[in-house]
Design a protein around this ligand. Structure first.
Ligand SMILES: Nc1ncnc2c1ncn2[C@@H]1O[C@H](COP(=O)(O)OP(=O)(O)OP(=O)(O)O)[C@@H](O)[C@H]1O
Length: 249
């Protein structure tokens, strides 16, 4: 699904403050995998997501998505495959617009899955049904400006909006870092459900080792722009939180 081959990314190249953010990295992510990425500050996690999303271009190496070479393809041209959720719940939605209008915008941007704009009443009913599945009581607030909602509510809606379009890949960059523990738990559970429902390939960057243990089918630890550990399947399932702490020993 996603293939990164011999990727190198440096910032401030040739200057005294040059940083090698990603160093000769090879990574293959299969369709349907849910990969959790952990690693110390500055180890290259966000840079890796940026490279996949296309808002930065590598110095060398190649990136393919579904066998299409996207190495130099700009971000907007990769959006047919990729949706991305950021740490800040304010990103990704238009605060002054109602929930329903935000969904309308999202549906206009791409061909949404089962969400033809069509007749107004029909569209509203569809969105209301989808929002009801979040179990947050937001289906009765669809005319309310999205900016009036809490960070957790907003993040859950952003997730729903992004997975309902054509995307096959969901990139989650510390999506719950700005949320209280209960909202964080709720949003990650919703993300996990949506990933399964829409059979997405997902990458989650997190500093929360409990979440890293509980979610995903594969876990990768990054260090200094390289992959230090890569554990999948049963071995991932059997990893205890303490084992993960030891990785950072
Ligand atoms: N735009 C940039 N300009 C210069 N240096 C950058 C830029 N983006 C990232 N870096 C550097 O690249 C390295 C990797 O950064 P990156 O943000 O990918 O790390 P990270 O693992 O996501 O860290 P954190 O856990 O703190 O979010 C760091 O040394 C960082 O300072």
């Amino acid at each position: 699904m996603i293939n990164l081959s011999d990727i190198k990314k440096t910032f401030n190249t040739g200057k005294p403050n040059q940083v090698v953010a990603i160093d000769k990295l090879n990574l293959q992510i299969n369709a349907g995998e849910f990969v959790v990425i952990v690693g110390s500050n500055g180890s290259g996690k966000t840079t890796l997501l940026n490279l996949v999303a296309g808002n930065i271009i590598p110095n060398s190496g190649s990136i393919t998505i579904e066998n299409n070479n996207v190495t130099r393809l700009p971000e907007y041209k990769r959006s047919k495959w990729i949706a991305r959720i950021f740490q800040n719940p304010l990103l990704g939605t238009a605060a002054d617009l109602s929930i329903i209008d935000n969904f309308r915008l999202a549906a206009l941007r791409t061909q949404s899955k089962g969400l033809a704009i069509g007749k107004n009443a029909q569209f509203k009913a569809l969105v209301r049904d989808k929002i009801a599945t979040l179990n947050m009581g937001l289906e009765d607030k669809i005319e309310q400006p999205i900016g009036t909602l809490s960070g957790g509510q907003r993040q859950a809606l952003t997730l729903l909006m992004s997975v309902m379009d054509t995307c096959k890949i969901l990139l989650l960059d510390e999506p719950t870092a700005a949320l209280d523990p209960r909202s964080a738990e709720n949003v990650l559970r919703i993300a996990d459900d949506l990933i399964k429902e829409y059979k997405l390939t997902a990458v989650l960057v997190t500093h929360n080792l409990k979440d890293a243990g509980n979610y995903g089918s594969r876990i990768i630890q990054m260090g200094e722009g390289q992959i230090l550990k890569d554990v999948a399947g049963e071995e991932k399932y059997n990893l205890k939180q303490n084992d993960l702490y030891d990785w950072f020993g």
